[in-house]
Write a protein that binds this ligand. Structure first.
Ligand code: NAD
Length: 494
């Protein structure tokens, strides 16, 4: 492996960093894994990156068994030793963040600059949770005549399933907290982004994690099912869509194991006419449309605008969207890359066609593929619809692509009603210069995460997670750690 300093920004050289095998179990690559042979294609130009064997049920079994053995080694260490190892892991990941970012860009097309920033943000989660490893305290219950106390203990092996849209961050919200809580983790990345997680596990293990503590078994739904059904998995932590969540939830219910679910979203961004309108409009458009080509669960894809600011917001959003540089993921000037797969590309184009037929809203800009020199990749135009009917499918369903829906409203009550009239409840955004309104509206939104006058990131100290069909449980902060442990009550007669 070449050193991080020589990491290129061009696609050809980035290919040197691809892992030799996609499956990583017990501190070793598994080149002869038993899942399907998978040819992975770079979404930026449709060219194959190589062929990797994905994980089959046998690999999942080895991963869980080695996780169980490694977890016993992990818990034989003192909390301080676990902290020190996790600190070393974070440092090693930071040293090689450019390699990790380059592989992430190759596998799912995120612009390299965004990928570097996202990978560094992901590594922050490792640093943050390293610090928790020796600070897990118990509780004391006031039971008369006894010393009654509770201790938090790990589940053993956490089975974790993640999507493809941001492999570094998707992994970071799962892995370091599980390890800091004293668990092993078996991570199943999506077959649409099966490569960078393996590199994370390799670097982390080489930095001192006991082999087997962090295993990676990339694959599709069958591999995910094998993981969920494995009797050695004590908790299932899932990020993805609602169809998969139902299938996983059914298995979890049959097995009686707890779950953490981070699911989809259709988050509303409310711009009131007392806001800093130019800033709000610009940021809302950038976040909703350009960031990761709209492939983000908590992006504000419904832009609700008070009528007094409506025309101004449309003008700014249009201008901002038309200035995005859609281009190759390794291109210097690129601000928006392709979507991650041919399947996503065709699915989103299908939605654009349906919106035109159903007249869910008026097209402001975009509405199709980019084509031209970029016709070999999966490039879509930044797309904005306005006067969108709040009851339409466009306003209600997740697109997971670079598509923004703008909806006007008259007053605060109507804005909150439209925002909350949705099955999802992941995030909400409020733009206003009124302190009172900011708190009032934040309190009224049915969402697990609200951001006022800013773009929500995913800082590791803040508990993140959705309400309603957007899932249950939290990731980040102390709450995120507590989800990954079980409380044992000990009752000692005095
Ligand atoms: P997906 O649900 O199709 O797949 C997610 C993961 O689950 C993949 O690893 C997939 O292989 C696996 N999987 C699929 N079906 C399964 C089954 N029946 N049993 C076990 N595993 C199964 O989602 P996707 O297309 O990869 O990702 C997009 C979705 O993820 C969107 O809905 C998005 O909003 C959501 N997401 C949510 C968050 C969050 O934090 N709330 C973050 C990122 C993405």
């Amino acid at each position: 492996m070449t050193s991080a300093k020589s990491v290129p920004v061009d696609e050809e050289a980035a290919r040197d960093f691809l892992p030799t095998a996609a499956v990583y179990v017990n501190g070793e690559f598994v080149p002869d894994a038993t899942g399907e042979a998978h040819e992975h294609v770079h979404p930026g130009d449709g060219r194959p990156l190589g062929i990797w064997n994905l994980a089959g049920a046998g690999d999942v079994d080895s991963a869980v068994l080695s996780g169980q053995a490694a977890q016993r080694v992990w818990m034989s260490k003192t909390p301080g030793e676990r902290r020190d190892i996790l600190v070393n892991v974070a440092a090693a990941l930071r040293d090689r963040h450019l390699e990790l970012a380059a592989v992430g860009t190759l596998e799912m097309g995120m612009p390299i600059r965004t990928s570097v920033a996202g990978t560094l943000g992901a590594i922050e989660w490792f640093s943050y949770y390293a610090g928790w490893a020796d600070k897990i305290e118990g509780v004391v219950a006031p039971v008369p005549g006894t010393h009654d106390y509770g201790v938090y203990q790990p589940y053993g092996v956490v089975g974790s399933i993640i999507p493809w849209n941001g492999p570094a961050l998707g992994l970071a919200v799962k892995v370091p907290a599980a390890l800091a809580a004293g668990n092993a983790i078996v991570l199943k990345p999506s077959d649409f982004a099966p490569l960078s997680s393996t590199l994370f596990a390799q670097i982390a293990t080489e930095a001192g994690l006991p082999p087997g503590l962090f295993n990676v078994v990339p694959g599709g739904p069958d591999t995910g099912q094998a993981l969920c059904r494995h009797p050695g998995v004590g908790l299932i932590s899932f990020t993805g869509g609602n169809v998969a969540a139902r299938a996983i939830g059914t298995v979890a219910a049959q097995r009686q194991v707890p779950t953490v679910f981070e699911l989809g979203g259709k988050s509303a961004s409310l711009i009131f006419d007392d806001a800093d309108v130019p800033r709000a409009a610009k940021l809302a458009a950038v976040l909703a449309v350009a960031q990761n080509s709209g492939q983000g669960c908590f992006l504000p894809t419904r832009l609700l605008v008070q009528r007094g600011a409506y025309e101004q917001v449309l003008e700014i959003v249009n201008k901002t969207a038309s200035r995005f540089t859609v281009g190759r993921p390794f291109g210097e000037a690129t601000t928006m890359g392709p979507v991650a797969s041919r399947q996503s590309f065709e699915r989103i184009l299908g939605i654009m066609e349906r919106v035109a037929t159903d007249k869910d809203g008026e097209l402001l800009t975009g509405g199709g593929p980019v084509g031209g020199d970029l016709a070999d990749g999966y490039y879509l135009q930044p797309t904005v619809y306005y006067d969108v009917d709040p009851a339409s499918r466009l306003a209600r369903e997740e697109v997971f692509g670079p598509v923004l829906s703008v909806i006007p409203f008259d007053d605060e009550d109507q804005a909150v009603a439209i925002a909350n009239d949705n099955d999802f409840g992941l995030a909400g955004y409020v733009w206003t210069e009124s302190l009172r309104r900011a708190h009032r509206v934040a309190a009224r939104l049915d969402a697990g995460y609200v951001s006022v006058n800013s773009l929500a990131g995913l800082p590791p100290a803040a508990p993140f997670g959705g309400w309603k069909a957007s899932g249950h449980g939290k990731e980040g902060g102390r709450e995120g750690l507590l989800q990954l442990m079980r409380l044992k009550n000990v009752h000692i007669a005095l």
